[in-house]
Design a protein. Structure first.
Length: 486
């Protein structure tokens, strides 16, 4: 069993038992799940009595939904759940037959699969009241593959009969634990109340945690959010993303309060170039036009002629007069891809995004073998050889447009894993698979709902840029915004 070095994923499991001491079986299964490596049981629903929906005549089930936070991969979690079923004496003799314990992975944040063994989100969860009713206690706003919330889906299965037999108060204690405060609905409501009171707008990048995306006024890619900040008349901008994003907003609207809920959320790619390095490169190419990816510090922007994002990089390169040399910083992958698309030669700074650079050609080959009907859509921060194999290369918001307008029904997505939540919410009728489950940006995940609430309450941390740097950086950002595009 392997755990990976990434933020724990939120998982909902369905537990059911109709043999032996049903309640004891469920409690034992829960204890064994909680004891798995790097796994915390964060909440559990009440227990419900339900008649079996299929199969031979048998006793009623006792059902419950458990909420976990785990760094186990979906497949390792499945193997562990099957081990627990075996340990509790489950025999797989009859399909739909009686069993001591049944454990189903209902939902694993940021992951979907239709493999016969590992069907996640669970394909029948929206038709079963014994799943929806307990799940609604824990996550009424969770968006299901159909695009409905759990609470909405529950309305359509009210004719199925079941009874609540116990309310386990343990859920409450766990949900307010220090590590994972999961009472999202209450925090969400308080954030929205405070945002209205303080005339704040909440912007969230597409890689943010689902609950942070859900509470935001606007979710989008770097270009969309930069435009949103520039056009906003709000007194306060709460920027849920990484530092350079809030800094770009502070460059554009210095008269407004720009707040970063997590000031430690930096971008390693942006930190791969500094003022000194860029000055030295400029000295070697004194007439070159400097194009800097928006994922850069204000100091680097101040030394640049124009900025770009992943949505408009090729267009920006095309706008540079043909007789001019171009320096592109800091992303060598985006620079190489945009240069090829624009038909221009560029001098590349050797920076890269650690999250996207780990995606390999072999990942694309594997994904095509496993999902032959799916199109592969990747972010241009992936290596050029990966981008060249893809059906489409898009910014994060470009991915949403592409998958919505395209006629395929399945896509393998090569970017930060948070994007799968955004896609499954915005394009609910299609299926999405991650190109690499390892593509997690730990910095994007530092912002939690609790930190957004604290930021609104305390109006901290304020992000500012010194006036001289700001003045110089503003030109590069504005020139990009004036170019238009989407
Ligand atoms: P976009 O959302 O602009 O595509 O950017 C991706 C990214 O890595 C931001 O840090
Ligand atoms: Fe930076 Fe990569 Fe994270 Fe984007 S995904 S913020 S480029 S480290």
């Amino acid at each position: 069993m392997s755990t990976v070095d990434r933020s724990p994923a939120l998982v909902y499991l369905g537990l059911g038992s109709n043999m032996g001491c049903r309640e004891a079986n469920i409690k034992r299964a829960r204890a064994l799940l909680a004891a798995l490596p790097d796994t915390t049981l964060t909440a559990q629903s009440s227990m419900y009595n339900t008649a079996p929906v299929c199969g031979p005549d048998q006793d009623d089930y006792l059902n419950q939904v458990a909420e976990l936070q785990t760094t186990l991969s979906p497949r390792d979690l499945l193997t562990a759940a099957q081990g627990i079923e075996n340990e509790l004496g489950r025999r797989r003799t009859v399909r739909w037959g009686p069993r001591t314990i049944d454990i189903d992975i209902l939902w694993y944040h940021g992951f979907s699969s239709t493999d016969a063994e590992l069907q996640v989100p669970h394909p029948r969860m929206e038709e079963r009241r014994f799943v929806l009713e307990p799940l609604a206690e824990l996550a009424p706003d969770l968006v299901l593959p159909s695009g409905r919330s759990v609470a909405e889906a529950l309305c359509s299965v009210q004719d199925q009969v079941m009874t609540r037999v116990s309310s386990e108060t343990g859920a409450i204690a766990l949900r307010t634990s220090k590590r994972f405060s999961m009472d999202y609905a209450a925090i969400h409501a308080e954030i929205r109340r405070l945002a209205a009171e303080k005339q704040a707008v909440i912007l969230a990048h597409n890689y943010q945690r689902p609950e942070v995306q859900d509470v935001a006024d606007v979710t989008g890619d770097s270009l969309g959010l930069t435009r949103e900040a520039a056009a906003s008349s709000a007194r306060m901008i709460v920027f849920c993303g990484v530092h350079f994003m809030a800094e770009t907003a502070a460059i554009l609207i210095p008269d407004r309060l720009v707040i970063a809920p997590e000031v430690q959320a930096g971008c390693p790619m942006a930190d791969m170039i500094d003022e000194r390095g860029l000055r030295a490169l400029k000295a070697e190419h004194p007439d070159a036009v400097v194009v800097s990816y928006i994922n850069s510090t204000a100091a680097v922007k101040a030394l640049s002629d124009i900025c770009c994002t992943s949505a408009n990089a090729a267009e920006v390169l095309r706008s540079v007069p043909a007789d001019k040399e171009i320096i592109f910083t800091p992303d060598r992958n985006l620079g190489a891809w945009a240069a090829k698309k624009a038909g221009r030669d560029v001098i590349l700074w050797p920076g890269f995004c650690p999250t996207h650079d780990l995606v390999e050609v072999a990942d694309v080959e594997r994904a095509r073998a496993v999902h032959p009907a799916a199109k592969v859509v990747v972010h241009p921060e992936c290596r050029l050889e990966v981008a060249e194999m893809a059906d489409a290369v898009e910014s994060t918001s470009g991915m949403i447009r592409y998958c919505r307008e395209d006629d395929a029904s399945e896509y393998v997505i090569g970017t930060e894993i948070g994007m799968l939540y955004r896609l499954s919410k915005d394009v609910p009728r299609k299926r999405f698979y991650p190109l690499s489950e390892m593509a997690v940006c730990p910095y994007m995940k530092l912002t939690t709902l609790e930190k957004v609430l604290r930021a609104l309450r305390t109006e901290e941390s304020v992000v500012t840029v010194d006036p001289e740097t700001r003045e110089k950086a503003l030109g590069a950002v504005q020139r990009m915004i004036e170019m238009g595009g989407r």
